[in-house]
Design a protein around this ligand. Structure first.
Ligand code: ADP
Length: 491
């Protein structure tokens, strides 16, 4: 291996002074209080309780949101069952498809408003919610709309039938996109739904409920109920639910799996990750550095498939590290609604504290920590992009999912070594390979135990492509034809 020479760090002014370019939020329509969406209407929770959803960039309250209890969950499940029995399962599949197309089109019309709400409620940069989350959510409705009346082509030679009522529980990192991932295939296959968004990001799911009203979706076909873990548990344990689709932490995934053991409910779990991004000496290094930055920093690391471990071939390690630091110094952390922002707010105070404590543990274990010198706003929840070097395979920073903008860097010499190291984690959701050699891509990707492997790119999504994990990253696939399968039974 020939060691590449490393030019000194570029001495450009790293505090790029872009003029602020804030997205105007004047036109968004938000209520001060949100009720539960059950049977096509917004209804007051029988719990009588509400919680605040706050803007993590300002710590200000945005709205009050209903906190559903078990009685509310029961109402939602009954509404979904009745809609399934009387309307949705009886409707010709092509008609179901038309509703999905209509939802997709309305979503596109309202894309700008919903992107802004996503960024205000969750803290992610507007560039991401505008260019990725919302267009992809609409694309999922379009994609599954197309399958609704073509199930005999999706599963040739087999007769399929829907399962009934699906309970769906989603996290806060891609709130609307996760709702679309789950609702669109469920409805296309003829099921009805009770969905619970995460307690810190309920607003875009509630806007989606308004879109269902506008699309005249029959009452009860989708019910959106808000609340925290107890509400989610009430969905999981409700006897009227036929299938659970969950995306969230591995800890909660295990609780759900235990709760479902011995029942005949079907389930899919999309859980945590600790993805390895691998750069070989023959990679296009600038392109790889950009992909690595995109993979871990652009959504504050709030991505289960985030490339949070980096393996660099030893002879290019100094060069890659220097280029990474240079690039990271140019990243702008701040107002999620500013179009220049690269890294927005951490989703909640709890999440920020978790990141801080894992970074502290990494330092205590002997890791070398480097952080960008960028400024961060005084109010709100922020975390500077952070690199760790001199970490061992056993370091907590290498083994635990952090869900923040923190990258652990290790080196390797041979292909065999990096495969071994990359697979040495309880997770197996995703990975990335950067090399000029196609044969190396095939060799390494076939040996990595991860559900999704990107080559010379990262974090690319498409509704036609299945997504899901191995090991503690979960079971089942979402997206593509694979994503329809968990919502059907074969006759
Ligand atoms: P994250 O770490 O991404 O916040 P969680 O697993 O804590 O992931 O949360 C994901 C979703 O699961 C949220 O909607 C949350 O309210 C819900 N949830 C939390 N605890 C439970 C539980 N015991 N049963 C069902 N759902 C739960």
């Amino acid at each position: 291996m020939k060691k590449q020479s490393v030019a000194p760090s570029l001495k450009f002014d790293t505090k790029w002074s872009y003029a602020p370019a804030p997205e105007s939020a004047d036109h968004i329509q938000l209520k001060s209080q949100y009720e539960l969406f059950i049977n096509g209407k917004f209804v007051v929770p029988s719990s009588g309780k509400y919680f605040d959803t706050i803007n993590p960039a300002t710590e200000k309250k945005i709205a009050l949101v209903a906190d559903a209890n078990a009685a509310d969950v029961d109402k939602a499940v009954k509404a979904a069952r009745s809609a399934y029995d009387k309307t949705w399962s009886k409707m010709p599949a092509a008609e179901r498809g038309k509703y999905l197309f209509r939802i997709a089109r309305i979503l596109q019309e309202k894309a700008r408003e919903i992107a802004i709400i996503e960024s205000i409620d969750g803290g992610k940069p507007i560039r991401e919610s505008r260019d990725m989350d919302i267009p992809l959510a609409a694309a999922h409705f379009f994609y599954y709309a197309g399958w609704a009346d073509k199930m005999e082509y999706a599963f040739p030679g087999r007769t399929v039938k829907p399962l009934g009522v699906a309970g769906q529980i989603i996290p806060w990192n891609f709130p609307l996109l996760m709702a679309a991932w789950k609702i669109a295939p469920a409805l296309a296959a003829g099921n009805t739904v009770v969905l619970k968004p995460a307690e810190t990001t309920p607003l875009t799911a509630l806007k989606l409920a308004e879109i269902f009203q506008e699309a005249d979706l029959p009452p009860g076909v989708v019910n959106i109920i808000t609340g925290a873990g107890a509400t989610g548990a009430a969905i999981v344990n409700h006897p009227g639910i036929d299938k659970i689709a969950f995306t969230g932490s591995t800890d909660v995934g295990k609780i759900i799996q235990k709760a479902l053991a011995g029942t005949d409910k079907k389930y899919t779990l999309e859980l945590g990750g600790k993805a390895a991004n691998i750069i070989f000496e023959d990679a296009a290094i600038d392109q790889a550095v950009e992909g690595i930055v995109n993979g871990i920093f652009f959504n504050q690391g709030h991505v289960c498939c985030a490339g949070s471990r980096l393996f660099v071939q030893e002879n290019i390690a100094d060069l890659v590290l220097r280029k990474l630091k240079d690039r990271i110094e140019t990243l702008i952390v701040g107002d999620p609604l500013d179009k220049n922002t690269d890294i927005g707010a951490i989703n909640s105070k709890e999440q920020l504290n978790k990141i801080k404590s894992l970074v502290k543990a990494g330092i205590n274990e002997g890791g070398e920590c480097w952080q960008s010198s960028c400024a961060v706003p005084s109010k709100g929840y922020w975390y500077r992009p952070t690199l760790f070097t001199k970490v061992a395979q056993s370091s907590s920073i290498v083994q635990k999912e952090i869900f923040g903008p923190v990258l652990a860097i290790q080196t390797f010499r041979t292909v065999e070594e990096v495969i071994e190291k990359a697979n040495n984690t309880p997770f197996g959701l995703s990975g990335g390979i950067w090399t000029d050699k196609g044969s190396k891509i095939f060799k390494v990707s076939s040996k990595l135990r991860a559900g999704v492997i990107w080559a010379n790119t990262y974090n690319k999504f498409d509704p036609t492509s299945p997504f899901g994990g191995y090991k503690e990253s979960g079971m089942g696939r979402e997206g593509g034809l694979h994503g329809l399968q968990p919502y059907i039974d074969f006759n």
